[in-house]
Ligand binder design. Structure first.
Ligand SMILES: CC(=O)N[C@H]1NC[C@H](CO)[C@H](O)[C@@H]1O
Length: 512
């Protein structure tokens, strides 16, 4: 077993002493310290106190609840939470610059959690709950502990794809809840794609009316979207929507006429459609109105614009496109036409005062990008993605890694090892280049995933990525990780999350 018990992800600095204290649900309280800038009006903390009390003690049993708590010997009766900044950011949204650091001292007469902002207090509450364990009598204990913690990477995300299969809002909320247990802070919502358009747009209701798998049972209404955003905010998680174009847009064409390129076979339209039609002004009028809505619905400073896997076959077949190519001197290089489109799209989104993330093809095709563009790397093998990291960062762009963390790829055995061993900064580059790597995302694409298998397929494998993105670079001992991750996985199960097992073993409380 690990000397760090079941802590996951491992904090930056941890000292756990031998001395232990009893915790009892009838005497223990989590309180705002008097000096804290986040008091009873801070929903984020009030919501978290109740949640973590239940996680630590289970739903308080009646008879314990009734007993007027007289603390016994060496009992810890209080965790004080002190948010030190004048602006706790409790009423705001998390962002890429949010301070998630905290310090935790567990000792008598009370445990103390100190954090500059409410985001660090949330992370510290999760850590505190991970320190509580049951002794052989079933009593709750916690050891005297000192922790100083902060994330190695600022962007630690999970991508869910709600187009290949629709995910009920409950499945999304369960994922957000489990993300918080693993200190993730970004939900990358790949909300639409080729097979279905479940996002209900107020400006263009036909998009889901015609493009969703079903216009009422398989859509995300504005209320659903609001709920996901608030549920995430209460857990210090950003929601970054992805509206992927010009490729991956078949479903868009169902509800928006003339948006997609008509493909030709010979001199006649074939009846099938390809990527967004980049030569029509109506395309850019549509995108301007659509992204104006998106910028108001999603509060995050960034939106993901996709740009991956554009197939040029259809553009090549269309006579109007061929003429456009000649008129613009693009010759037969259709990546120039893709860049022409992406360039105009980026300008449209910039005018909505949003920053953007894009898949690496946009960079690879030489599109002119804003300095704060975030390049999302997903292609190739280890040698290829490390080369790409070097190329992108030497061009001065901020970078995110996903390639080794496509968890929709499954295999027989403990494949969490490979995810755990991948390090976003293990490419050849200067320190300055490495600083441009701001984190990574684990992806769960939906071709073979829906609410029946999402959670066990995602967890605890995504927990391995969570430690790589939070903990110190030299936390690499796979055996210590196995010991802590097995216990962490049982905690997820105990909290009602059906996370799959790592290998032969058991949990004190099995999933039922
Ligand atoms: C950026 C990206 O990953 N694009 C596609 N690549 C393959 C994936 C499945 O592994 C998905 O189909 C995804 O839409």
């Amino acid at each position: 077993t690990s000397k760090y018990g079941s802590l996951w992800p491992l904090p930056q600095e941890v000292n756990i002493a031998e001395t232990s204290f009893k915790l009892s649900s009838s005497t223990f309280r989590i309180v705002d310290s008097k000096q804290s800038s986040a008091g009873p009006s801070c929903n984020i903390l009030q919501n978290a106190y109740r949640k973590y009390f239940e996680y630590m003690f289970g739903v308080a049993r009646k008879q314990e609840f009734g007993k007027n708590g007289r603390p016994g010997l060496s009992e810890l009766t209080e965790l004080q939470v002190w948010v030190t900044s004048v602006d706790s950011e409790c009423d705001g949204y998390p962002s890429i610059t949010s301070d998630e650091s905290y310090e935790l001292a567990v000792d008598q007469p009370f445990a103390l959690l100190v954090a500059p902002k409410v985001w660090g207090a949330l992370r510290g509450l999760e850590t505190f709950s991970q320190l509580v364990y049951e002794d052989e009598f079933g009593a709750k204990n916690i050891n005297a502990t000192k922790i100083k913690d902060f994330p190695r990477f600022a962007h630690r995300g999970i991508l869910l794809d709600t187009s290949r299969h629709y995910l009920p809002v409950k499945a999304i909320l369960t994922t957000l809840e489990t993300m918080a247990m693993n200190k993730y802070n970004v939900f990358h919502w790949h909300i639409v794609d080729d097979p279905s358009f479940p996002y209900l747009s107020r400006t263009f209701p036909n998009l889901s009316q015609k493009g969703a798998y079903h216009p009422y049972t398989h859509v995300y209404t504005p209320a659903d979207v609001k709920m996901v955003i608030e549920f995430a905010r209460l857990r210090g998680i950003r929601v970054i929507p992805e509206f992927d174009t010009p490729g991956h847009t078949q479903s868009w064409g169902k509800g928006q006429a003339n948006l997609l390129t008509p493909c030709y076979s010979g001199s006649k339209p074939s009846g099938s459609f390809g990527p967004v039609n980049p030569i029509l002004n109506t395309t850019y009028d549509f995108m301007t109105q659509f992204f104006k809505e998106i910028s108001s619905v999603f509060p995050d400073a960034y939106v993901h614009l996709g740009g991956d896997e554009v197939d040029f076959t259809c553009w090549r077949s269309n006579p109007d496109i061929q003429k456009f190519m000649e008129d613009h001197g693009f010759g037969h290089d259709y990546s120039k036409l893709e860049s022409f489109y992406i360039q105009r799209l980026l300008d449209i989104v910039t005018s909505t005062k949003k920053g953007y993330m894009i898949w690496q093809e946009v960079f690879d095709n030489g599109v002119k990008l804003k300095a704060d563009t975030l390049i999302h790397i997903w292609k190739g093998n280890q040698q290829q993605y490390q080369h790409e990291m070097a190329r992108v960062t030497s061009s001065g762009y901020q970078t995110l890694l996903s390639t080794p963390w496509y968890l929709n790829h499954i295999s027989y055995g403990q494949d969490w090892h490979d995810a755990y061993k991948a390090d976003p900064r293990s490419f050849n580059g200067t320190e300055q280049q490495k600083k441009l790597v701001i984190g990574g995302e684990a992806c769960m694409w939906g071709e073979y995933v829906d609410a029946t298998n999402l959670t066990p397929r995602l967890w605890p494998r995504a927990s391995a990525v969570a430690e790589r993105l939070w903990s110190h670079q030299n936390v690499t001992d796979i055996n210590d990780a196995y010991s802590r991750l097995s216990a962490h996985r049982c905690r997820l199960v105990e909290r009602g999350i059906p996370a799959e097992p790592l290998f032969s073993s058991y949990c004190p409380r099995e999933y039922k």
